[in-house]
Design a protein around this ligand. Sequence first.
Ligand code: G3D
Length: 198
Amino acid sequence: MYTLLSGLYKYVFRKDEYCVLILGLDNAGKTTFLEQSKTRFNKNYKGMSLSKITTTVVGTVDVGKARLVFWDLGGQEELQSLWDKYYAECHGVIYVIDSTDEERLAESKRAFEKMVTSEALDGVPILVLANKQDIETCLSIPDIKTAFSDCSSKIGRRDCLTQACSALTGKGVREGIEWMVKCVVRNVHRPPRQRDIT
Ligand code: G3D
């Protein structure tokens, strides 16, 4: 009887926890995306004062039995060298691009290329967010895909999606998160950590 009840307790109160890195150049909209995701998925979340947000922001979002734990690592050049310290432990990557910043698109592509060729990230799903699509003059998804086209062989056979998004208005945020949940759950090579809900 105890085993049965304890099994039921675990089934109801356990979450499968997946670590998702939010990467991209500074000013791409990573922190705004994280805040928007928490607002959309977590009931009663009131938002965080921007002054309290530090370089490595952690936030969680629950979708069914899955809990995504986000790490927003900061995109300044000196912080990019820290990204790979987190690769072995993560289950997914969200790479944010500022679609209005044509000048830094090549820089963003270089950072993406470096990230995607890291062996520690083999097989890890990548969601590319073409952010700031609410601004009329932004680059379109085909423009961005063309600019990143020579990365496709390096992406390999892992799950990868380019999603139009506005972290400011929330457009595309839910679709992106739901896609990521589907991918991390089915990736048997990186099983989740199991945690009791607190
Ligand atoms: P980062 O965490 O990647 O460095 P932030 O980027 O989330 O701090 O965002 C940088 C700036 O871009 C912020 O403006 C933020 O409001 C803006 N931004 C983020 N996402 C969007 C978006 O989808 N649309 C628009 N129009 N703006 C966005 P400020 O003015 O605070 O620097």
